[in-house]
Design a protein around this ligand. Structure first.
Ligand SMILES: CC1(C)CN=C(N2CCN(c3ncnc4sc(CC(F)F)cc34)CC2)S1
Length: 495
């Protein structure tokens, strides 16, 4: 018999979004751990009906079809799936060999093998809707995240409290043991990479690696594991159509988790909620821009500002709102994060993100503003804005620094061609640092004649230059002999 207590049973059948929200709220406030398997199965059943097995209403009188088609989720459906998972896990793992209260690496590897061993050999792992235990139990298919989540849910079924999900921006693994001091790979990553299941994630692996966030991944509590499956709900019916009902369920559940504080340390879930609010704004709720800024603040406060996606969530939003100055600043901030990493072959997802920004979004943004004649005439366009130019340069500077010392190259001819296209759209006045408005008062248009080369002609490293510079300034102060012209609005030259 499924391990359901009467308290879960009372919420069934689930007939609408509010019924699902009530079940989740009860699971998150009942004093015991939320039941990860139960909640993943419930979300998987609903997602499946609203996207994969969507019964397109026949062409009867259309008015009747305007009602949202929320499925009725019966208790027996969920119980059957839950007990299938529970008995599968319990009969595959003999705990007599693992007496302690904490999981061991051997046990973690074994549970990962149990999940892994049940997956059908040949399925397209990139497909959608493979993230929940519903997919695992009805189709023996799971994606990369789904395997890691399945391992954590299995350990909860086995009665362990110390195995938790660890999340980066493109990978998932587990932490376990006393003080969660141990780590282990439990799933695969990407295409054509041997899985490293059972191995610990060492400092050598995580250092300067975006895939492991330089050692600053999201370490989930049970409630944050619930946040991860809610955030992972996939609304896609087709590549061009999303389920409206599923989207509003996801939005309601994310606000529930937000109000309970379970998104506070989860930047991507905050970004996800921001995207949903942009599409369907909720009354009396925070605006998308606030949520994207909270995601950035969360990364700064809890993850040493090592996460990139909070800035690309914000940049994408501002781009869609045609706030191109803001978008450039957010993308420059994203590049200022990635520059601390070395690009390697398993970081393709973030490479694709920056490729799209540099070679698609920024060029089309430049085309758009180049056509804005009024703004051009009044010099209000970003093409005349030194700050936009500075952010544009900082964006590319970050990508170049990302590539430095990396085992895998980042830039190629397309990047260079698009850079030339985009940079040439900025007005000559911002590119050569002349202040057209003469705000500097003396109206002296002479440029800053200093350069980074010293008298002997070789370029020094910046620090030395700055040291030299500051000592020169000191002598200036004393005898005032040296004639240094003021750097006039030169951007990107920090002395
Ligand atoms: C600014 C973007 C391009 C928009 N969507 C982005 N997403 C980033 C990935 N998403 C996520 N959202 C919540 N949690 C997680 S955990 C994870 C890694 C996986 F291997 F477990 C990914 C991810 C959701 C969507 S970044």
């Amino acid at each position: 018999m499924a391990g359901f207590r009467d308290r879960e049973k009372q919420f069934f059948p689930l007939q609408n979004i509010q019924d699902v929200v009530k079940l989740f709220r009860d699971q998150l406030t009942c004093g015991e751990e939320p039941n990860l398997s139960l909640l993943s199965i419930v979300l998987g059943v609903i997602e499946n009906i609203l996207t994969v097995n969507r019964a397109i209403p026949t062409e009867v009188d259309n008015s009747a079809n305007l009602e949202p088609i929320f499925p009725v989720v019966e208790l027996h459906t969920i119980e059957a799936l839950y007990s299938k998972f529970e008995s599968h896990i319990k009969r595959s793992v003999d705990l007599t060999k693992f007496p302690g209260p904490h999981a061991t690496r051997e046990l973690v590897k074994h549970v990962s093998d149990v999940i892994w061993g049940s997956l059908t050999r040949s399925f397209y792992k990139d497909k959608a809707h493979l993230q929940s235990l519903y997919s695992f139990l009805t189709g023996n298919k799971l994606d990369c995240f789904g395997v890691a989540f399945g391992v954590v849910a299995a350990f909860q079924v086995l009665g362990y409290k110390d195995v938790h999900l660890a999340l980066s921006e493109d990978h998932a693994w587990v932490v376990f043991g006393e003080n969660l001091a141990e780590t282990a790979e439990v799933t695969w990553h990407g295409k054509g990479n041997e899985d490293k299941r059972g191995q610990p994630i060492t400092a050598g692996t995580t250092e300067k690696s975006w895939l492991y966030l330089n050692g600053y991944p999201v370490i989930c509590t049970r409630e944050m594991e619930v946040s991860s499956i809610v955030s992972g709900i996939n609304l896609a019916i087709t590549t061009t159509m999303d389920s409206v009902e599923l989207g509003s369920l996801q939005q309601e559940l994310l606000w529930l988790l937000y109000d309970m504080g379970h998104l506070k340390k989860y930047p991507m879930a905050l970004g996800n909620l921001g995207d949903l609010e942009e599409i369907t704004p909720s009354e009396n709720r925070k605006k998308p821009i606030e949520l994207f800024q909270e995601a950035i603040a969360s990364s700064q406060e809890y993850y040493n500002n090592q996460h990139v996606y909070p800035y690309t969530y914000l940049g994408g939003y501002l781009y869609r709102k045609q706030d191109y100055n803001g978008a450039l600043q957010a993308w420059a901030d994203a590049a200022s994060v990635i520059k601390k990493y070395n690009y390697n072959r398993e970081d393709e997802e973030i490479y694709k993100e920056f490729l799209e920004i540099a070679n698609d979004l920024i060029p089309s943004m430049m085309k758009h503003v180049a056509g804005e004649n009024a703004a051009r005439i009044h010099h209000t366009s970003l093409l005349y804005n030194p700050e936009s130019y500075a952010n544009f340069l900082r964006f590319y500077d970050g990508i170049c620094e990302w590539e430095e010392d990396s085992p895998t190259p980042v830039l190629h001819i397309t990047w260079a061609k698009q850079l030339v296209f985009s940079i040439s759209k900025f007005d000559i006045s911002v590119r050569i640092g002349v202040d057209l408005k003469g705000e500097n008062g003396d109206g002296d248009e002479s440029e800053d004649s200093e350069d980074d080369e010293n008298s002997s002609g070789e370029t020094k490293d910046k620090n030395q230059n700055v040291k030299e510079e500051s000592s020169r300034n000191k002598t200036d102060g004393e005898d005032g002999e040296q004639n240094t012209t003021k750097a006039r609005g030169r951007v990107g030259r920090q002395k």
